[in-house]
Design a protein around this ligand. Sequence first.
Ligand SMILES: Nc1ncnc2c1ncn2[C@@H]1O[C@H](COP(=O)(O)OP(=O)(O)OP(=O)(O)O)[C@@H](O)[C@H]1O
Length: 932
Amino acid sequence: MPRGKLWRGFCAIKELFKKSATQSQPDSVGSEQEPSKRREDSRPRPTRSPKVSVKKQPNPSPNSPSKDLESDPSGLLPPSQSSAPDRGNSGHASNNPRPLGNSFTDTLQHTATIPFSKDSAHNPYLINTGQGQVSQRVDCHIIPVYDGKEPREPHECKVDWVGSNYFPSVDDTALHLLRDSHNVPETTQLYRKSGRCRLINDNTHQVEDSRIVENGRQWAEEIPKMVAAHLYQNIYDKFHLEMRLEYSALSINAVKGERYATTVQKVVNGKLVTNWEDDEYIPHRDLDQIYSEGTIKNLIDTDQSLDKLSLTADERVEFVDKINLNASRLLAICIHIDMPLACLYQLVKKDYKDEDLPLSRKKQHCPCTEYEVKFKNFMKWQAAFVAHIFVNDKGGPKHKLLPDDVILPITYDKKRRSLGKGAFGEVYKIYIHSDHHYFSSYRDAPFALKRFFQYSRTQEDFGKEEKVLSALAEFPHDHITPHLASWTQKGIFYVLFPCAEMNLHEFLRMYPPRDLDTEFVKWLLGQLRGLADGVRHIHNLGPSRLAPEPQSLSPPGLRVQRRRSGYHHDIKPKNILVFAKDKVGDGDTKITDFIFKISDFGAAKINIILSKSGEMSYRSEALSAGDPAYCPPDYNLVGVTSRPYDIWSLGCVFLEVLVWTFDLRGNELVDTFALERVQGSGSRDVVGHSSAFWHRNDRNKIVLKSTVVKRLEQLRTHGEKQVIFKHVVRNIGKMLTIPPSERVTAAEVYNVLDAAYMQAEYDVRKQPDIYQQDMDWYRQVASSPTTVHDGGSRRPSIDQRSFGSFHARENEEPGFPQSRPRSLSSSNHRSGKGKTSLERGISTTNSDLLQLSPVDTQNLPPRQNHSRSPSIISVSHHDDPHATEQRIYDAAHNDLQEPFPPVGSHSDPVGREDFMTLPFLSRRRTGDSQSI
Ligand SMILES: Nc1ncnc2c1ncn2[C@@H]1O[C@H](COP(=O)(O)OP(=O)(O)OP(=O)(O)O)[C@@H](O)[C@H]1O
């Protein structure tokens, strides 16, 4: 869902919310519990002010030192009660209904009568949208965590999701629950280490959203967004929020006869953590907690060296204030190394602050000669107090050059340190201390860290990958692995990613395929569609050929045009990572909980090609070093390679996924398909291409290997009774077109899969087990735009061509694993009457046969010239942010030949709305096949 739309929708609610009449403030958290729950919960209720009003927030527990977090200097907290937006005055729907439209508020109006929560009928806390009501009180489960221990059952209550800041109440409740369940004495200070809010759909039991919510400001910002997003998408589904708050304990108890500074030192030592390089550091939240205002004052008051300075009372107060404000880290280091605070006083006087840490070793910083020896210790320990904090840079991660002595709060995963090695580096499973990153609401989640090898070309290799990742970070995509950070330290390059469960290569070997039930079919098509969209996204990065960059960007005097083309060039199962969706509970992850994401942009390029005007081609200059098995014959055919390269590789991946889906692998332990490709290589094969999907046959022609054609045929047989799969298989055939210029584009692949997905949604709605049964009915409701354009003059798809040619010439290899149709009653047998387009394609006309022939390297067909129909394309310009998102209409000004249609648009003049309404049935009646 577009974020803008969502936000506009949410703003609409707020706007309406403001207009409604006022109503009383809700009681404290849990006040609206159902009676049964109230009875069950016999634990003592947390002591809190009886009315939690927005104006006067309840005081968090006296021991909760989170005042700083609660304060809202940004002013983002909702206004106080007096200025709070008006609420619905009556809690009843308005008698003044407006006609339904498309807006978010209309959607809400539409659902006004739907019980939003069990008690909404009697709920006075309803947001009056003008036409209907939505409850502002939602169910919330509070899970307080202490020492890594969670309660067996969450505490259930109700919270206000819009208009008032409930965070202090939630925090207060969690703290009281903790003290009760863990018997934490009142003298022990509990403080919040992290907070996470998940929105869980009660109907689907899926986690819809998960965000960091650990203070009032984040509550006010994030909770309304989460709830509004849910309402916008699933207004009929009940949901609840789950607040997980993690706490730690701290007590600085003065010991008789011990210096206060020594007591504080001991507390700090107890919190020290060791990182991956055996360096010790103190997590920054612990440090903040220890060095509270009280501790700072006590330390200064009890330091004897300051007495010698004969400070006035005002000077002392000023010193304490400065330390509180911006020098608590400097104080902490001094206390840790037993440095007299008189030295710190001089440092602060010279305007040293925490932000200057770590102090450079090149400069002499010590302000007093008598402390120079001790100051060496200061320099040694300073890094432990300012371990690196990973933050989310605005506009995507920015590469950082970290000084050698900066401590990274990283630890290796004990079980599986290395996730694998690539050509450029090794990938490790690591953890970042939860106080030191904001990358995920799961603070303890693992990450994958790629450490580049050190050799002469490292900088170049890293720079290339980093550049592509940065370009992608500006435009994130659900099916592309994002990078979270990158840095260089001690001459080594690092890139940080979220950690996947495995890669697709491992997944296909580890998981047996499932029956083609509703959930699985939709998941499978969703993943294939997502990957196609990911490739389309990469290909879209950079101005299209139709959009020459402004002339001013070219070097003056040079008739040069700069263009970009994005490509990946190393798509293969090992470079598609499999991530697990966030789930409720600890059960096993189901296949359908996995998400496929493209990764490894080592060979990719958001390429700027400089060429003489008019000399542009759709290709880059040289062959990338992709995996030979998934490499197309392009370079051998035309000596160059570009975006069609990715389509071929993706076609190979899709074929492997479908071979797995229909269990055509033969033997699960050995990759039979890969083995057959090696065995089926022609004598003229280029070394290293033996497991590729193509080869040069005895007549020196580049063709698909017969095992590939055989698999496509087997899949086609399966697809006969499960029509959407027929389309998917045909699509793969088109992706494996030998001449690159005739290969389908990523947009076209996406369209076919999108239509297949829509069709599947329709099919399973009509008959949930449709793909496990022989189909006794079929009505096609969705098809990609290209089908429409086919009309009567469509040319045969590549599967027809390759099947035709291979049937005629290369059907000689025996020993393919027997296909096992799923739940199909020997569907492979068909009479001539029920022939498919594929079969008809085999005995086709002469002109078709011309295209059916495998490609003759010496006699390549001319490149296809696509029509230049009007199209809207988006241009991304990463060197010049001002030019980003420039929209260019029409190709009218473009004098260049367009070898393939602009990505994301169709050369087909028929729009998407039209194709949905076209009479497919009548075409079926005429017996016309529906090749895509
Ligand atoms: N984010 C990640 N989570 C989990 N595993 C990963 C992640 N990124 C990479 N890996 C694994 O680490 C291994 C090495 O990855 P890398 O991208 O460096 O090289 P590669 O793709 O195997 O080889 P090459 O870069 O030479 O093509 C791969 O097996 C990959 O599955």
